[in-house]
Ligand binder design. Structure first.
Ligand SMILES: O=C(O)c1ccccc1NCC(=O)[C@H](O)[C@H](O)COP(=O)(O)O
Length: 269
């Protein structure tokens, strides 16, 4: 457990406890059942990665490592720009204390386009999965560094029960060993060390070789240029989760299109 993850977990568990009182499980489930139908997140990524790159384009206002990233922040307009630029899926930060996110950003972004959306937040309780579906999310994130094996299984099963996809995030070999015991095909390799906030693409270079062939690698964090993507593609990563570098662009649609324009075809896996 890292310091930042421990800090986030502390306030998140308190927040979830309060939310569960305000919206009991039966009510959250009723809202989830009434939500707009699930858009296939993993299927969209698999399809896009076959010929080109799958891009999960992140709507991220601020972060613990970088502070404020984008002041001019309109989630609906950003979602439309990402869709126009050729993104495959959205990732929307909903955590407020660390990322200046908001649940309404997820709703607005997903409603503004046809892309499947990941709720990017810190999940510990199946109640949060129902809440995520109620907000329209098509996919949830499970951060192996932040949950036990039993919690990961419980969250994954809840997502499966809601027909949602799961992105399982790992940072090292031990987390990867635990992640592959789960069912979900999407393994996110996060290049950001959450203890130091250092980012190195070596994390993907090393761990990608140990991801089973039947899982799809999602290379996360610290990606800036088409050359970065081509480099990571050599290690079998054809799907990418990118936030900061796109969020800092004036013309988000054009920057997204540039990033995806000439996908590499070589892979070392
Ligand atoms: O971004 C952070 O500073 C951060 C700190 C603590 C926990 C998670 C954090 N980021 C979440 C992410 O996974 C990234 O937002 C995502 O991979 C995109 O990364 P980037 O392209 O580098 O913005």
């Amino acid at each position: 457990m890292t310091d930042i993850l421990a800090k986030i977990k502390d306030y998140k568990l308190a927040d979830v406890a309060a939310r569960k009182i305000a919206l009991p499980l039966a009510e959250a489930e009723a809202l989830a059942r009434a939500a707009s139908p699930v858009r296939g997140f993993a299927a969209a990524l698999a399809g896009a990665s076959r010929e080109g790159y799958g891009l999960i384009a992140e709507i991220k206002k601020a972060s613990p490592s970088k502070g404020l990233i984008r002041a001019d922040f309109d989630p609906a307009a950003l979602a439309q720009a990402y869709a126009q630029g050729g993104a495959t899926c959205l990732s929307v930060l909903t955590d407020a204390p660390s990322f200046q996110g908001d649940d309404s950003y997820l709703v607005a972004a997903r409603d503004a386009c046809a892309l499947p959306a990941l709720r990017k937040d810190f999940l510990y309780d199946p109640w949060q999965v129902a809440e995520s579906r109620a907000l329209g999310a098509d996919c949830i994130l499970i951060i192996m560094a932040s949950v036990s094996d039993a919690q990961a299984q419980e969250l994954e099963q809840a997502a499966i029960d809601w027909q949602m996809d799961v992105l399982i995030e790992v940072h090292d070999q031990a987390e990867l060993d635990r992640a592959v015991l789960l069912k979900s095909p999407l393994i996110g390799i996060n290049n950001r060390n959450l203890k130091t906030f250092d980012v190195t693409l070596d994390t993907t270079r090393i761990l990608s070789k140990r991801v089973p062939e039947d899982r799809q690698i999602v290379c996360e964090s610290g990606l800036f240029t088409p050359e970065d993507l081509a480099d990571m593609a050599r290690y079998g990563a054809r799907a990418f989760l990118i936030g900061e570098s796109l969020m800092r662009q004036d013309d988000v649609a054009a920057a997204t299109a540039r990033l995806l324009a000439n996908p590499s075809t070589g892979a070392m896996r």
